[in-house]
Design a protein around this ligand. Sequence first.
Ligand code: ADP
Length: 213
Amino acid sequence: MIKLTKRQDEILQIVKQNGPITGKEIAEKLSLSRAALRPDLAILTMSGNLDARPRVGYFFNNNFSLKQKAEEFIHQKVSEFKAHPIVVEKSTTVYDAIVQLFLEDVGTLYAVDTSGHLAGVISRKDLLRAALGNKKLHELPVSVIMTRMPNIITIDPDESLLEAAKRMINYHIDSLPVVKEMENEKNTYLLLGRITKTTITRAYVEFMEAKSE
Ligand code: ADP
């Protein structure tokens, strides 16, 4: 995607508001000669920002701006969208974890060890399965039922929202812990946040609403 100059942006705005408009009319609005304008018009037409029709003039290409926005959307970084992670100690009981799930209104909890590093993922289904087994929920620690390291699928804050969406789909999971791996300690992660399918849906709605403005 090429970065437009200030003048090219001005031309785009003029065509957006007045199109179809001839090169001569654009030049008049900018108090420039047609010759001075020609290179910018060529760039805007070749890049697909504008469409031109002989004897009619220049049009704003709506599809182009949509494509550009969609591209911006999918390349947005996880770090800009991550939510606060809801965390429990891995020694927490299954009973307390269920209470926490309701209180925090989330679908997944993350378990940490005593030094605060990511130790496990506890989803709704993990808790339901434990409850079905008739185990002593007040005594059973979540560490027994959670999905634990090194099986946890994580995402880095610098990765894209598209990458996060793909990973959740590929692994059939509802959320991803956003983590930074500790230097010199493989598979030891600092928990920074979470990305869920709701995060992606909300970002999509915001994008569609901004697009139609
Ligand atoms: P639900 O239990 O509500 O269907 P998920 O689809 O996210 O929620 O979880 C399904 C299973 O995948 C659970 O056993 C859970 O522990 C595990 N899981 C969830 N998120 C992750 C993750 N990021 N990495 C590895 N396993 C996960």
